[in-house]
Design a protein around this ligand. Structure first.
Ligand code: ATP
Length: 313
């Protein structure tokens, strides 16, 4: 397998000024002891700018939930630092965050409005419950009991509960998990509006890569508790393009490319900058290689994810 260097994309989409919303600095966390210990986070550093939808991706066991649980204060890191809007993560700092990191549970016999009113009464919020209901698209269903709600409506009510305290950032663990296509569309619109209309920051984890590609401005891909790729989605897709060639002797070409080529789909994927393509073709032609087909492949996020996480195994 090709050696992989960590991919960092420096250009952010209209990066807002000021401290990042959330900063993880060299965070370590392991579970268990001795030979059975699991290193869930291995010195992870990550900066989530304000005003973006930020996606946290990674295969099962990559460390996403551990990171979110540390951010929420549910577990402590062994080492490292978490900062929220520039300040160390303390209980009062965490009040600037709204969290939906476990499946929300509700009283089935209470209405959406009653749930939000209860929460509003127990927090010093000035945000009217009707405003929250509007924001989460439940104004019309406000006085219906939760027992009749779809999973998507419950998820949106969960976000409403997180919004009651007027957070500046919202943390969502798998917000579209289990939703039907309509529910996914509604959730996507809500997340988009929270960030691009209301100015919040959203950090979410998800396995639905096409969904993440649609809704997120930036993403981080985790693997074995480390960061393997990070950046603005559009830049990441541009940077992670591959040049694919069908030649007579793919294995020979893989050897010739010295770590930059990988056999696949009946040809060879070459990891090079798009600007280097003419030189590559010229050198292959000079060396007598017979090229039957050649194309630049612009990947989708799922492909980037698979390339990154498989190469790191
Ligand atoms: N409480 C725990 N006790 C022991 N091991 C744990 C605990 N929590 C997490 N782990 C281990 O830490 C590693 C990271 O787990 P984590 O749940 O953070 O991954 P994840 O990326 O969220 O995975 P998934 O996508 O499956 O939710 C895994 O190997 C997991 O088994």
């Amino acid at each position: 397998m090709a050696a992989v260097t960590q991919t960092r994309v420096e250009t952010a989409p209209a990066a807002p000024t000021g401290d990042p919303a959330i900063n993880f600095v060299s965070v370590h966390k392991s579970f268990g002891r001795g030979l059975g210990a699991v290193q869930a986070l291995d010195g992870l550093s990550l900066s989530i700018p304000r005003g973006v939808v930020y996606g946290l991706l990674g295969p099962n066991g990559a460390g996403k939930s551990t990171l979110l649980r540390i951010l929420a204060g549910l577990i402590r890191p062994d080492r490292g630092e978490v900062r929220i809007f520039g300040d160390p993560a303390t209980p009062s700092g965490r009040r600037r965050l709204g969290m939906l990191i476990e499946t929300p549970s509700f009283y089935p016999f209470l209405t959406a409005r009653e749930h939000l009113r209860m929460l509003a009464a127990s927090s010093a919020t000035s945000l009217p419950v009707d405003t929250v209901l509007e924001r989460i698209g439940l104004a019309k269903a406000a006085d219906k009991t939760v027992s009749g709600f779809s999973l998507g409506m419950k998820q949106r009510l969960g976000i409403g509960c997180a919004l009651v305290t007027e957070p500046e950032a919202i943390i969502l663990d798998e917000p579209t998990n289990g939703l039907d296509p309509d529910g996914i569309l509604e959730m996507r619109a809500l997340i988009h509006d929270l960030v691009h209309r209301d100015g919040l920051t959203v950090l979410l984890s998800s396995h639905l890569l096409d969904e993440v590609e649609r809704v997120c401005d930036r993403v981080a891909i985790l693997q074995h508790g480390r960061l393997v790729a990070e950046g603005a989605v559009a830049d990441l897709l541009d940077r992670e393009g591959r040049f694919w060639l069908r030649v007579d002797h793919p294995d020979g070409l893989v050897t010739q490319l010295d770590g930059r080529g990988q056999a696949g789909d009946g040809g060879v994927y070459v990891r090079i900058d798009q600007a280097e393509v003419p030189d590559l073709i010229q050198s292959l032609a000079t060396s007598g290689a017979r090229i039957h087909e050649a194309k630049w492949i612009k990947p989708d996020l799922e492909t980037v994810f698979l390339w990154q996480t498989r190469e790191m195994k």
